[in-house]
Design a protein. Sequence first.
Length: 436
Amino acid sequence: MLKNDLQQPGRQGEGPAGGIEVLQKSFESFNSATAKLQEAFRNLEIKFETLNRELEQKNRRLESLVAEKEEVRNYLETILESLTTGVVVTDHRGRIAMMNGCAARLTGMDRGAVLPGEFRHRRKVRLGENVLEVLTSAVKGRDGSSPGTVHILLDVTRVERLEEMAKRTEKYAAMGEMAATIAHEVRNPLGSIALSASLLLKGLADEKSRDRAARILHSVRSVDNKIANLLLFTRKPEPRFRTLRIHDILRDILRFSGEILEKEDIRLRVNLADGEPVVRADGELLKQVFLNVILNAVQAMRGGGELVFETRLHCDPALTPGMERSIELRFADTGPGIPEEDRKRIFDPFFSRRDGGSGLGLAIVHNIIDLHRGSVDVERAERGGTVLTVLLPLADEHPAAEVYEPQPGASKGRPAKAGKSARAEERKSGSEWEWI
């Protein structure tokens, strides 16, 4: 086309100069378009950088918000886990959506489990030995909907026991006043009857009459013993506390009980904790406790059986305050055991399933152990029989639990028996019980 234009000389501005001008204008247009494109690209780059900066700022803000929310969430979780009150959140189907550690320990349930209906419809729930007070509130959403429910679980076991103890103390106080009056009125004539029966027993020659007088004397002494037990129970004794080696008290009462156990064909097995733990106690009152427990076991095993007696030392800060360092005394018999429905009443005065039983033996045990700031509990053994457990605080003079270090001459890997010499002496003295 350029060639044709150059070959046509009749046109104005035609020729080589005109073609160059057209070409120049085309280049100028191209350059102008290129400049505009470059400017647009630079503007686009600037906008892109601006958007990038804004996006980075928003990302940083978002990360900061997420971190803050995570911090708040962790803080709330820490608070929930620190609570000594159980907190359970359930969805509309009753499934556990969230719970703190205290709630898990109290209920034994896991997240995702269905919360039993009694938690939703009762004010108080009993789980084994524990009593829980349940406070329920619906979770309200912003739109007014209720996506779930919050359950607050309060362990009121100790409060319930304290209330029960207060009622029991009130009842016992009234009984004490009545018992003191009755004892005064009855014991005087009983003394006269006992004296007369003793004189008759000495003066009568006829065997039949002597037998009758002996039975009268025996019955009077039995009644007097019941009155003495009643007074011991209703009149709170004033203990004379001393620092005592509790194993000495136990050995003494076991020697005393040996003849009774042998007569009833009861095998005694003993396992005392190592060392000589000491307690602040009234030795005579503790002897009364151990004697009552042993006699109770003997009466439960008429016809023979086995009585296993053990002591164990505890040093655990998680235990009840005041009992962090304590000694546990376990008496396990092979009798018929205690029905579950009787467990709550076993320490009540005058409660007895045995014909002729006064129902005061274990009530006295409970009172004396209370005076020593200890605890006593009874449970049915897995293989039958009864296990009675007494827990007493150790005296301050007793060292904390010791780290075992093998002593010279001790077998490798086994602790030297701190109570070994005491056990050897028991064997030499001809004790009838078996060490385990």
